[in-house]
Design a protein around this ligand. Structure first.
Ligand SMILES: CC(C)(COP(=O)(O)OP(=O)(O)OC[C@H]1O[C@@H](n2cnc3c(N)ncnc32)[C@H](O)[C@@H]1OP(=O)(O)O)[C@@H](O)C(=O)NCCC(=O)NCCS
Length: 130
């Protein structure tokens, strides 16, 4: 990944500060915390496209490029990359702004796959896109 890469111009799906409770003894944030927030971020466009309830069915191509530290401002961008009969694939990029710096760097990316489900948790076809 190029260090000159800029974050997407789209509106972020989620912004959050990494706190001490999210980190290990070295002050680096747990990967599971990052994935949980990326799952939430990816669900934002997926819920809108599904027009209702969804479930995460897969996470593909997860890559941790750089560590996140306590105090970093973490921003997740989420964009639908494809849809199928019941599924919605969302590329989620996570960027971190280090404390006392202005630049954001891409720290993590992955594709989260959601399935539209009904009230019983069974998969359902996506509604037509508008
Ligand atoms: C989501 C769920 C209802 C889907 O039912 P299923 O019978 O397993 O569904 P399928 O195998 O037919 O897959 C459904 C869709 O997901 C897609 N999919 C499944 N696994 C995938 C993967 N690894 N990568 C990409 N897409 C995948 C399928 O291609 C299909 O897409 P399409 O309908 O658009 O063609 C069911 O798997 C489930 O309840 N899983 C648990 C969900 C959950 O608890 N999530 C939270 C985990 S923390």
């Amino acid at each position: 990944m190029s260090s000159t890469e800029l974050p997407p111009k789209s509106e972020p799906a989620l912004r959050i500060f990494a706190m001490p409770k999210d980190a290990n003894a070295n002050g680096d944030v747990f990967g599971g915390w990052v994935m949980a927030n990326m799952d939430l971020a990816g669900a934002v466009p997926a819920v809108e496209r599904a027009g209702g309830r969804i479930a995460t069915v897969a996470v593909n191509g997860m890559r941790f490029h750089q560590p996140i530290s306590v105090g970093d401002l973490v921003t997740c961008y989420a964009q639908i990359s494809s849809t199928g009969t019941t599924s919605i694939s969302v590329v989620v990029e996570t960027w971190a702004k280090r404390r006392l710096t202005a630049a954001q760097i891409k720290v993590t990316e992955g594709t989260f796959v959601y399935v539209a489900i009904d009230e019983h948790g069974a998969k359902r076809a996506l509604p037509p896109s508008v």
